[in-house]
Design a protein around this ligand. Structure first.
Ligand code: GDP
Length: 325
């Protein structure tokens, strides 16, 4: 199958073609780059229609359990659901959230669902450089909802906000640490907050946490002026509150559309993706350039030994690239 045929099969909704296409755009091999770019060019006109939703939160909070419950609910409503899972915690193995566990079994069994783990290759922020391309391919394949799962470590809510229309932050009962000091940044790009595990002995605890966050709603930077960030309790395990969570996501997305901000948000995301791609491409160019390569080990030694500052060394290396020698 050549790349034109692959694009055609993706647009026709062929799942195996979609899986192959994602593998192609994730490939680090130099000779795959041209085909990957051509593939994306071919499918780009067929993208844009899905609700792009990020699900973030600390490990163990119940993201996968929630995605299984939410995905099944959406599939039952006739949606086509793609799940991209991004794991920033195992860059060296290229492992993924789903690799070592059998999860989302019910959703996986559905013909209307597509689940794709995606190695993050260690990018700070917990989204892989090609997550955006994978998301676009899912859209081109006709998925009406794309759920992007990421582990909430440090800046990842902010990175995921660069990828999706709506960010859902899933929190455990108790805690509330995010309301303090530095961690507040995590909340600033969140559109819907859900306190999970509101079942059994933890209902009251979850309700208290919900109230704490609801009271602090003024801390959140709202992506739509005047909108209130909903703070809900859910039990992903029992499926309680998952429909209301989706109502919150839909309301946020509709508010974005009504305010004319969905296009603005997506245009800004596309521009940031361009700058990130430029950074990667320029770094590759630098590392491949003969004169830079020759000077690099010495520069690294000098910087490590404190003989020259990192910024001065960087300027000197870039100057070599610019001179072409
Ligand atoms: P993730 O790491 O955020 O994807 O979390 P998982 O979905 O793997 O869930 C971690 C653990 O929490 C598992 O043992 C789940 O069964 C459990 N869990 C997830 N959601 C709930 C819930 O709503 N209630 C309870 N009691 N346990 C849950």
């Amino acid at each position: 199958m050549n790349v034109d045929e692959l694009a055609h099969a993706v647009r026709a909704g062929d799942r195996r073609a979609l899986a192959r296409a994602i593998t192609l755009v994730e490939s680090a091999r130099e000779d795959d780059q041209y085909e990957a770019a051509r593939l994306l060019e071919l499918v780009l006109p067929s993208t844009g229609a899905a609700a792009r939703v990020g699900i973030s939160g600390p490990p163990g909070v119940g993201k996968s359990t929630l995605i299984e419950a939410l995905g099944c609910l959406l599939v039952a409503r006739g949606e086509q659901v793609a799940v991209l899972a991004i794991d920033p915690t195992s860059p060296t193995t290229g492992g993924s959230l789903l690799g070592d566990k059998t999860r989302m079994e019910r959703l996986q069994a559905s013909e209307r669902a597509f689940i794709r783990p995606s190695p993050s290759t260690g990018m700070l922020g917990g989204t892989a450089p090609h997550s955006r391309d994978a998301l676009l391919l899912c859209e081109a394949a006709g998925f009406s909802v794309v759920l992007v799962e990421t582990v909430g470590v440090g800046q990842s809510e902010i990175a995921i906000a660069d990828l999706v229309d709506t960010v859902v932050l899933l929190l455990p009962p108790g805690g509330g640490d995010e309301l303090q000091g530095q961690k507040r940044g995590l909340l600033e790009r969140t559109d819907v907050i859900a306190v999970n595990k509101a079942d059994g002995a933890r209902v009251a605890d979850a309700e208290r946490t919900r109230a704490d966050y609801a009271n602090a709603a003024h801390l959140f930077l709202k992506s739509v002026p005047g909108i209130t960030v909903p703070v809900l309790v859910v039990s992903a395990l029992e499926g309680q509150g998952v429909d209301r969570l989706w109502d919150g996501v839909r309301a946020h997305r509709q508010a974005l559309i009504d305010a004319g901000l969905l296009e603005v948000r997506r245009a800004a995301q596309a521009e940031r993706a361009l700058w990130q791609a430029l950074e990667r491409a320029l770094l590759a160019l630098l590392q491949e350039h003969p004169a830079v390569r020759a000077a690099l080990p010495g520069a690294i030694d000098d910087v490590r030994a404190g003989r020259i500052s990192a910024s001065a060394a960087a300027r000197e290396l870039v100057a070599r690239l610019a001179r072409g020698a």
